[in-house]
Write a protein that binds this ligand. Structure first.
Ligand SMILES: NC(=O)c1ccc[n+]([C@@H]2O[C@H](COP(=O)([O-])OP(=O)(O)OC[C@H]3O[C@@H](n4cnc5c(N)ncnc54)[C@H](OP(=O)(O)O)[C@@H]3O)[C@@H](O)[C@H]2O)c1
Length: 376
């Protein structure tokens, strides 16, 4: 019997992992979930069971143990007895939870990235002492490379000092903690690039940065004013593939010690120009009226943002607030290298999916959803 302890099951990646783990009949899951009290925990679980399409009485649902807790608290806030029980029964740890807000105070960012990493390692060590532990998989991000220019390799981080935001800085520190303090444990680190909806359906738990970027690229938010996109590429991956890889890695103890770049790679990542064309086509075919594009250089656009904001309504103003970090990313000359990951995953029957295999479904799902409709 496998006993998997999973954090972040209500999030984009964790929610895609749960059905994959439970598809194995011998797997039981303990899900660490934030909740105000037990009633709130049950309510959140009911929402998630509906999301996973598990009807009442479903065998898979009966193998889930929801556990109220918080990754930023000592022992995840589950107390001595709760932590001891986890240490006694857990065979696999998959740590997905994190706050993905980019503008947190550094201490807050560290509390949801560095502190939980130490708690995961502590739990792993206790499971190892109890002789139950088989594998730990931790989800990091390609963002740990910060503003480092060029092609980022699939290896442990050198000293990186220049980050776009506190999220990246804290995730980089968490990775250092993994290798400095957890070298004795069977750990694999996953660094996804930008995660989008599923291949086929486009379904996704949360509409994150990618969808804001698409709204921006459509031109609808800026009255058509658009920076030159040059040759910048955007590295994206569908959430079903990310979850498949983490699931596979969790089941393969020989992946311990490795770092996987879960990304399209520099040659396959879509250029922003093509993404913009695809977005505008999809938006128009869903009846969204778009202004003609007017190209300006990036620094001029940065100066124009407050002016457009002053003229725009509240909805557009909110969308424009997301623009400066996006513009900062667009200014980078950075790519994510993935030859080792690609080779390992091709051998595992998990080739990196081409953008064309999921992009239309991803945009369509967003546009059909209430978020896509409200943004119109
Ligand atoms: N999505 C991406 O594009 C992307 C790219 C690279 C790396 N990553 C990494 O992938 C991992 C998963 O991200 P995601 O996209 O799935 O994020 P997400 O959709 O924002 O979900 C975050 C998850 O973490 C949980 N969480 C946050 N703070 C918590 C706390 N203090 N205690 C307990 N649970 C907490 C959330 O619970 P609530 O439901 O209670 O908020 C939710 O389940 C993160 O480590 C992230 O850094 C994501």
């Amino acid at each position: 019997m496998k006993n998997v302890f999973l954090t972040g099951a209500t999030g984009t990646i964790g929610s895609a992992l749960v059905p994959r783990l439970l598809a194995e009949g011998d797997t039981a899951l303990t899900l660490l979930i934030r909740a105000r009290d037990d009633a709130d925990l049950q309510a959140r679980m009911a929402q998630m069971l509906a999301y996973w399409h598990y009807p009442p009485g479903d065998d898979r649902a009966s193998r889930i143990r929801p556990l109220r807790g918080d990754i930023s608290l000592p022992q995840f806030g589950v107390g001595d007895a709760g932590f001891a029980q986890l240490a006694d029964e857990t065979t696999h740890i998959i740590h997905c939870a994190a706050s993905v807000k980019l503008n947190m105070e550094l201490e807050q960012a560290r509390a949801t990235a560095v502190t939980p990493t130490r708690t995961v390692l502590d739990l792993g060590r206790r499971c190892a002492q109890a002789r139950t532990l088989r594998k730990i998989d931790l989800v990091s991000t390609v963002g740990v490379w910060g503003r480092t220019p060029g092609l980022m390799p699939e290896r442990r981080l050198p000293e990186v000092r220049d980050f776009h935001n506190t999220y990246e800085a804290a995730k980089a520190e968490a990775e250092r903690v993994i290798w400095n303090e957890g070298a004795d444990l069977p750990v694999t680190v996953h660094r996804p690039s930008m995660v989008v909806g599923e291949t086929g359906s486009g379904r996704v738990m949360h509409f994150q940065v990618f969808y804001h970027l698409c709204e921006f690229l459509s031109g609808a938010r800026t009255y058509g004013v658009m920076p030159e996109l040059g040759y910048t590429r955007l590295d994206t991956v569908p959430v079903d593939w990310v979850a498949d890889v983490i699931h596979w890695s969790s089941g393969h103890e020989d992946t311990a010690g490795q770092i996987f770049h879960l990304c399209s790679g520099p040659d396959e990542a879509i250029s922003l120009k093509s993404l913009q064309q695809r977005v505008r086509r999809a938006w128009q075919s869903h009846g969204r009226k778009l202004p003609a594009l007017r190209q300006v250089n990036r620094s001029l656009l940065e100066r124009l943002v407050p002016v457009i904001g002053a003229l725009a309504g509240e909805k557009a103003r909110r969308a424009l607030r997301a623009l400066p970090p996006i513009l900062a990313y667009l200014a980078e000359d950075q790519g994510f290298s993935n030859p080792r990951t690609t080779q390992a995953l091709a051998a595992a029957g998990l080739p990196v999916p081409p953008v064309d295999s999921y992009l239309d479904a991803v945009l369509g799902f967003y546009l059909d959803s209430s978020a896509g409709q409200l943004a119109a």
